[in-house]
Design a protein around this ligand. Structure first.
Ligand code: 6PG
Length: 239
């Protein structure tokens, strides 16, 4: 089996395993560096993980929450990744609001909001232009089409290698997203993948050769650790 791939018997076991791993990595970061940074993924898969994190006794004042991508909608829109994470998790814990860094979508121009988030990351991590900060944990999902974050097949966002944040494009709808090099700077990148619909994309991503422009998750080869946490429905073929 491919290194870093774990196949859990069902969705509940997948969430339990991801919870254990995320808690472990956040605690480790706080112990070694005094604080921890995590970038959240959107979609539906991580929601039970966020709900479970809400009951974890973690030092939230030392943990800083970012998003790896965001739909270009207001933060109270049903499609907002920020809204989902706040309702499932962040509104339930005692975390300082200044520890939460949503991707703003208020400028009316995704390029402007992408630049603003890039500036916010540069300030937080104290990095100069051209430097890529290392998040302690980056959570990622996988689309049926092999996209991850908002890095969609055959889009301009896949080519951006000199920025931290860029504008993704899903069927003409703008998104804000981490770039490939920013994700690949992560200390611990964790894919959470559930459901049989992900199998065809996983087969291409795990294959010896296939086109990363078509299956963008193939671009994700982080400096740090890479975990593919799959449930049986998604991963049965890769045992
Ligand atoms: C988003 C996500 C996206 C998601 C995948 C999988 O904003 O939608 O960041 O990359 O992780 O599309 O979504 P599901 O978990 O809903 O299958």
């Amino acid at each position: 089996m491919k290194p870093g791939v774990e196949i859990l018997p069902n969705k509940e076991a997948l969430i339990a395993r991801s919870l254990k791993l995320v808690v472990e990595k956040l605690q480790e970061a706080v112990e070694t560096r005094g604080e921890a940074t995590i970038a959240l993924s959107g979609g539906s898969t991580p929601k039970p993980l966020y709900e479970a994190l809400a009951s974890q006794p973690l030092p939230w004042s030392k943990i800083h929450i970012f998003w790896g991508d965001e739909r270009y909608v207001p933060s109270d829109h049903p499609d907002s990744n920020e809204r989902m994470a706040r309702q499932a998790w962040l509104d339930q814990i005692d975390i300082p609001e200044q520890n939460i860094y949503p991707m703003s979508t208020e400028a009316g121009d995704p390029q402007i909001d992408a630049q603003s988030y890039e500036n916010e990351l540069a300030r937080y991590f104290q990095v100069a232009a051209g430097e890529f900060p290392a998040f302690d944990v980056i959570l990622l999902g996988l689309g049926d089409d092999g996209h991850t974050a908002s890095l969609f097949p055959h889009t301009q966002a896949l080519q951006v290698c000199d920025r931290l944040i860029t504008v993704g494009n899903k069927d003409g709808q703008p998104r804000l997203t981490f770039t490939v090099p920013l994700i690949n700077q992560g200390r611990c990148v964790i894919f959470l993948v559930a459901g049989a619909s992900k199998q065809p994309a996983l087969a291409e991503i795990f294959a010896e050769t296939s086109d990363p422009q078509t299956y963008p998750a193939r671009f994700i080869r982080p400096q740090g650790e890479l975990f593919w946490l799959l449930d049986e429905s998604a991963g049965a073929a890769f045992k």
